[in-house]
Design a protein around this ligand. Structure first.
Ligand SMILES: Nc1ncnc2c1ncn2[C@@H]1O[C@H](COP(=O)(O)OP(=O)(O)OP(=O)(O)O)[C@@H](O)[C@H]1O
Ligand SMILES: [Mg+2]
Length: 465
């Protein structure tokens, strides 16, 4: 089939409209849809048939008596620029867009109107979600543990509730950082103010700045007047989770906000005073994070007025029994069971496990095991998830006595030096076996990648390439 020039151009226009990454919706002089592009269908979760050739008034519902910008433009013959609109599609799904709308006027007659829309539903939801999250579930009573290490952190944290100082919580994943942050908030005189938490690793750089500090209308395409989390946390507590994932430029900006106690929205000129307590968390040693350019040193000092170091579970194995008891109690109630405890064998296995996922991992093991229990009184090995049962088979083989003795006669017998030397050689061997691949080696050794890198640094091991 051959096409003339005009047909080719028309086809091309159609294709372009379908392919662009903004929503395009056009109506004729009556308000019936004549163009409804792919992106718009995607944003509004509608099919072409739901909308095309139908009147906009019949398809969408607008909030209160706010009418559609498309219809407004059609009726008034004027251009409407950068207006945010929230409405509902025919299945009641809420949509938020920022629109530029203009009429097509020929010979002073309005023939049609076109809307070009950017989807901000996700941003909008994120912002609102955070505000709704202003509820804390945890208090110090829920922090379980009897080890000296944990009791000491708890008492430090309790002391921090009396001041407004910034707090830095350091701990591996699952050690209870969020638990501590919420408890501090709940015990402080900010308890009636908002508690807002934001994970710095969960969002792209391009979004997080606006989310933290707020945006103004017109600052960038589709931007709206919106308060940032600092403003939303006014009078309360803002938890910045995984701060070491925030890019360094934003860390500098954050430092300024903490120093001046003022924020300025992106594109804004007004400085807004803020009264917010900031709690930040990092999941690695902050000294390492500073050394590796993941945390600005000046920000670190600013935040670390109170430093809470939550030790990993493997360094406070005394807490296991109490935690197990509490988790069994919790799931007895939830699952309507009557489990009394764990068997000796399971306890021994727990005591020898290194718990890379810390307390969260322990809770999951208990929950998973209690899903498998019938009428037994105790959690037995066979109730445990597969990888734990498997682990027993992989348990360390004791080094035979003759070998040990020969080692002892050859080397000085200071235990600490021996262990270090052994650790060094063992890791070097494991690295060699795994082709110097850090992640694989860490996995084979049953430790985290960070932990392996930390040990290599301490023992002076360089990965050979
Ligand atoms: N000492 C504790 N007593 C009781 N429950 C705990 C304790 N520590 C952690 N938990 C539980 O373990 C889970 C993980 O805790 P939390 O979310 O606070 O960890 P986190 O350090 O913030 O982890 P991540 O770095 O992965 O975000 C939660 O369900 C929490 O209730
Ligand atoms: Mg957390």
């Amino acid at each position: 089939m051959s096409m003339n020039y005009k047909e080719i151009m028309n086809k091309l226009y159609e294709e372009i409209i379908e392919k662009v990454s903004v929503g395009i919706h056009a109506v004729d002089y009556e308000g019936k849809t004549i163009i409804y592009n792919n992106k718009m269908r995607d944003m509004e979760a509608m099919d072409k048939e739901d909308v095309l050739h139908k009147n906009v008034r019949d398809v969408f519902k607008f909030q209160d008596n706010q009418s559609s910008t498309l219809l407004q433009s059609l009726e008034s013959g004027t251009e409407i620029v950068n207006v945010k609109q929230t409405y509902f599609n025919n299945r009641g799904i809420e949509i938020t867009t920022v629109n530029n709308t203009f009429p097509l006027v020929v010979n002073e007659r309005i023939l049609a109107a076109v809307e070009i829309a950017t989807d901000v539903t996700k941003i909008e939801r994120l912002m609102r979600h955070k505000v709704r999250q202003s509820k804390t579930d945890f208090t110090f009573q829920q922090i379980i543990g009897e080890s000296n290490e944990l009791i000491e952190v708890i008492s430090l944290a309790k002391r921090a509730t009396r001041t407004n100082s910034n707090v830095l919580i350091i701990g591996e994943t699952g050690t209870g950082k969020e638990l501590f942050a919420q408890s501090i908030h709940a015990d402080s005189d900010r308890v009636h103010g908002p508690y807002i938490s934001q994970n710095c690793a969960a969002l792209p750089d391009s979004l997080i700045e606006g989310i933290l500090f707020g945006t103004t209308k017109g600052a960038f395409t589709g931007s709206i007047d919106s308060p940032g989390l600092f403003e939303q946390a006014q009078g309360g507590t803002l938890l910045l989770d995984e701060l070491n994932s925030l890019n360094l430029a934003l860390q500098a900006k954050l430092l300024r906000v903490l120093q001046e106690r003022k924020v300025r929205r992106i594109g804004g000129s007004k400085e807004i005073s803020i009264d917010v307590r900031v709690i930040a968390t990092v999941n690695e040693d902050p000294i390492d994070a500073v050394a590796n350019n993941r945390l600005r040193k000046d920000l670190y000092y600013r935040l670390a007025v109170v430093n809470l170091l939550i030790p990993p579970l493997r360094e406070r194995m005394e807490d296991i029994s109490l935690l197990v008891k509490e988790f069994i109690k919790k799931y007895n109630e939830l699952f309507n069971l009557n489990v009394a405890g764990i068997s000796e064998e399971v306890l021994a296995l727990f005591q020898s496990h290194n718990w890379p996922g810390n307390v969260r991992e322990l809770e999951h093991v208990i929950e998973a095991s209690m899903n498998l229990i019938n009428h037994e009184q105790f959690i037995e090995l066979h109730h445990l998830p597969y990888q734990y049962r498997q682990k027993r088979k992989n348990e360390a083989t004791p080094i035979n006595h003759a070998l040990m003795e020969s080692v002892l006669t050859h080397l000085d017998s200071n235990l600490h030096n021996q262990l270090e030397l052994f650790e060094k050689q063992y890791i070097e061997l494991a690295l060699k076996k795994n082709g110097q691949h850090i992640t694989n080696t860490a996995q084979a050794l049953g430790i985290s990648r960070q932990s392996l890198q930390y040990r290599m640094k301490r023992l002076g091991i360089k990965a050979q390439k």
